[in-house]
Write a protein that binds this ligand. Structure first.
Ligand code: SF4
Length: 208
């Protein structure tokens, strides 16, 4: 049994990649980007550990998803489990789902030193967005929040999107998880995290 450590997942997201997608936010990241909007996802012991097959099964509740996006946390640090998740999702779903991933690493710096499973993971990805979030380079761009982050179209599937990568981002989405906790997805404006948290605390609402 292969397990994956995740912070959370979404069964329906339209702001992190083409079409309506499932999203997995993996738990654990060694970087400490100032202004990181998901600091609770950096601890490698946080989140929950799940069987990869069980996670794939949960996405059966959303049969029409175009594909899946991996964010975090650092997806590249869980390349083996994510590669197995990709294989499981491909087997379970008849629609040839697409796959997109974020990484806080600089792709040009790490591409020659990837481990076996990181290579396998990248081989299965259609779109990769690299680089850490840098607060001083904040920008509202398609699928990313700072201007240093590059979009790599690693397969031909979404080539038509190449001309659109400097369009504005697609906003934020909010949903309740199965425990009634609000979770959000998308590229937030600067200071969103603090402001939103304060607002929700005033109303006694839990957020992830
Ligand atoms: S790479 Fe992402 S999760 Fe990691 S510290 Fe930077 S912004 Fe946060």
């Amino acid at each position: 049994m292969t397990t994956i450590r995740i912070a959370r997942y979404s069964l329906c997201c339209s702001t992190l990649g083409p079409g309506v997608r499932g999203v997995v936010w993996v738990q654990g990241c060694s970087q400490r980007c100032p202004g990181c909007t998901s600091p609770e996802m950096r601890d490698y012991n946080g989140g929950i550990e799940m069987d990869v097959k069980e996670l794939a099964e949960r996405f059966d509740a959303s049969p029409d998803l175009e594909g899946f996006t991996f964010s975090g946390g650092e997806p590249m640090d869980q390349a083996e489990a994510l590669t197995e998740l990709i294989e499981e999702l491909r087997c379970r779903r008849g629609n040839n789902p697409s796959f997109m991933s974020y990484t806080g690493y600089i792709f040009e710096e790490i591409r020659k030193k990837l481990s076996f499973f990181q290579q396998k993971f990248v081989y299965n990805i259609d779109i990769l967005i690299d680089g850490p979030f840098i607060e001083s380079q904040y920008a509202n761009l398609l699928w990313r929040g700072s201007a240093n982050q590059k979009v790599y179209f690693l397969t031909d599937r979404y080539k038509a999107w190449e001309s659109r990568i400097n369009e504005p981002g697609q906003g934020l989405e909010f949903e309740f998880d199965e425990n009634g906790v609000i979770q959000w997805a998308g590229i937030p404006p600067l200071n969103f995290r603090e402001n939103f948290q304060k607002l929700m605390e005033q109303h006694g609402v839990d957020i992830e």
